[in-house]
Write a protein that binds this ligand. Structure first.
Ligand SMILES: Nc1ncnc2c1ncn2[C@@H]1O[C@H](COP(=O)(O)OP(=O)(O)OP(=O)(O)O)[C@@H](O)[C@H]1O
Length: 603
């Protein structure tokens, strides 16, 4: 199945493929002609001693011509098949990469990053081997074997017919090897993928690993996978070593003995032994065993490639897409009114993490989401950003259901700033512009000035051209926040979705961030997750979440007056501030360990 589908990828390159195939046919034909010509020369010229110049020129000429044609065509076909394989893999990799980009976040929740990387890199690379093995090696060797038999029939029909018995023997040998190695190869590939996943996790979380002294645990886990991978590879090598050379060697030896017997019986029966034919047959037989060996050797790579192909196609067949636009209209977000109507949601289809969420954010208003960890704040944002499909209840923007908007409209009118903003490899400018060519350099600077990121950017040695490394690791979390603000302001969104940073930054940056936020929120509908209640006291509506439900709602004063959950949280946090100023360390530990801590589950 996977194999047939892989062959389907060859369609666009049919022309090149058939030319290479014809070259292969001719090259193989010339290969098997050489011993036939030599055999004819021995029997027709050498033994009867007819060595006149014309005969010598005839045989010598053909021999030399074949010697030139064969390697040239082999070179051509080899390069052609390799190039075709590279083209196909390039296409396959692009397909997988594009597919991954359109998958929904729920898919990524379940799939480890390392295993995805492994599919796009290692697996496609393994598939390349299939094209090279199948197209180049298998095709070539099968054609060679057919050619050898044709040549043997031309030399001695009876003996060639006897030799046909070799074909089922080879077939059985290959089948046995395939069956044995198939299981082992599955293990090898899956261990490799698990190692990639582990490696990825370790590198991404290196700071935590070092801080929590998890190095030896991860080393042990990685070592275990590495060992299992090694055992599987060695097992395969053993199967391979046992079946390959010794088995084919035994068959080859038996065949040669039988051929000599055949000629012996012929001579006893009174027939003349044709030395040329004997030479030709032995030479041809010798040419059969090497292709069989090569095919056996390639068989393991082919196995591996088919397993890899299955894994790649499994990914290509994923249908868990990111939610897409529905309906024909092209609504536009003009005011930014957000409405949640009885929205319930579950990530796994079993446990509801949001229950009957209803609220309205009028244009220009700020709605703050508060609640302890795991209460569902991020999930509300995930739904509003259309990262996950809404199946129960409705989310509307300007009275139109969220699913009716095009991706482009949503992404250009909604600015999202996450707690830990993601910076791309490039420079500061490209991180603000994000390859949107409608954003001029002037606009980039304006956006940076607006959020007060310009002060630190201009202090950088290369200013807006300062390089940004992977995930912006060379910038502080405050600087990353400000850059993310500038990026958001550059598109001038109607709606702002904020996940307030919890990371502590210095007072100066904190002030810059707060001022920037205030300015950004003006005139825009804002949905903000607030971890510090002090930052949202002026919010028009505060929703207090608890286990996926809105348990309190109102503005700051109203909620304080209720003396409920919000009030408790507020007291706790203002207490925290008070204590911090007095005795920072003790206070922090007190709060973190308190049973009512907002950092813990219970409130
Ligand atoms: N991608 C996911 N897949 C499955 N369950 C998830 C996923 N994201 C969150 N959850 C679960 O949904 C519930 C709500 O999580 P959510 O992230 O919305 O809470 P939160 O209030 O934003 O928490 P925090 O303040 O810690 O960010 C939690 O029980 C969490 O375990």
């Amino acid at each position: 199945m996977a194999f047939r589908r892989l062959m389907g990828y060859l369609k666009p390159y049919q022309g090149k493929f058939w030319i290479a195939f014809v070259a292969l046919l001719i090259a193989t034909g010339t290969d098997v002609m050489i011993p036939v010509i030599v055999s004819k020369f021995i029997d027709n010229a050498l033994i009867p001693r007819q060595l006149d110049p014309a005969t010598l020129w005839f045989y010598g000429g053909i021999f030399l011509l074949l010697q030139v044609i064969s390697p040239s065509l082999h070179y051509y076909q080899l390069i052609s098949f390799q190039v075709i394989a590279q083209w196909v893999i390039r296409q396959l990799r692009m397909d997988v990469f594009s597919k991954v980009q359109h998958l929904g976040l729920s898919f990524f929740d379940r799939t480890p990053t390392g295993s995805l990387v492994s599919r796009i890199t290692n697996d496609t690379e393994a598939i390349k081997e299939l094209y090279i093995s199948v197209l180049s090696s298998f095709l070539q060797n099968i054609i060679l074997i057919i050619g050898v038999f044709i040549a043997m029939f031309a030399l001695d029909v009876t003996l060639a017919a006897y030799c046909l018995i070799l074909l089922p023997v080879f077939y059985m040998l290959m089948q046995t090897y395939r069956r044995l190695s198939s299981k082992v190869y599955h293990v090898v590939r899956s261990k490799l993928s698990q190692m990639n996943a582990k490696l990825n996790e370790s590198i991404q979380g290196m700071n935590i690993i070092q801080a929590l002294r998890q190095e030896s645990r991860l080393r042990t886990e990685f070592g275990k996978l590495n060992q299992e991978h090694y055992v599987a590879v060695v097992k395969n090598l053993k199967i391979f070593g046992l079946l390959l050379r010794p088995a084919t060697y035994l068959i080859s030896l038996t065949t040669i003995v039988l051929v000599f017997n055949y000629f012996g019986i012929q001579s006893i029966a009174g027939g003349a032994v044709r030395i040329g034919v004997l030479y030709g047959i032995l030479n041809l037989l010798d040419r059969i065993f090497e292709p069989v060996n090569q095919m056996m050797m390639r068989l393991s790579q082919m196995q591996q490639a088919v397993v890899s192909a299955e894994r790649v196609f499994e990914l290509l067949d994923q249908t868990e897409y990111a939610p897409q636009k529905e309906g024909d209209g092209n609504p536009v977000i003009r005011h930014g009114r957000i409405e949640f109507e009885n929205v319930s949601f579950s990530y796994d289809g079993k446990n509801d993490v949001l229950k009957n969420i209803s609220f309205v954010a009028e244009p220009g208003q700020t709605v703050a989401l508060v609640g302890h960890t795991g209460s569902g704040k991020s999930s509300i944002i995930n739904l509003l950003m259309r990262f996950y499909p809404v199946k129960r209840g409705t989310i509307k923007i300007d009275g139109v259901p969220l699913q009716c908007y095009s991706d482009e409209e949503l992404r250009s009118k909604m600015g999202l700033v996450l707690q830990d903003p993601f910076l791309f490899v490039g420079d500061v400018r490209s991180n603000i512009r994000l390859h949107n060519h409608d954003i001029s350099d002037k606009k980039i600077k304006e956006a940076a000035r607006f959020v007060q990121a310009d002060t630190f950017i201009e202090k950088l040695p290369q200013g807006y051209d300062e390089p940004v490394g992977e995930r912006g690791a060379t910038f502080s979390s405050g600087q990353r926040q400000l850059l993310a603000f500038a990026r958001t302001m550059a598109i001038d969104p109607k709606i702002l979705v904020l996940d307030e940073a919890t990371a502590s930054v210095d007072t100066e940056t904190e002030e810059a961030i707060q001022t920037a936020l205030e300015k950004m929120r003006k005139g825009r509908t804002t949905i903000a997750i607030a971890h510090r209640l002090s930052t949202i006291q002026d919010a028009d509506l505060i929703l207090v979440l608890h286990r996926g439900e809105i348990v309190e709602r109102g503005n700051h004063q109203e909620l304080l007056a209720k003396k409920g959950l919000y009030y408790k949280m507020y007291l706790l946090q203002s207490g925290a501030v008070l204590l911090e100023t007095n005795e920072q360390t003790t206070a922090r530990s007190l709060i973190l360990n308190s049973p009512n801590s907002i950092f813990g589950r219970k409130l």
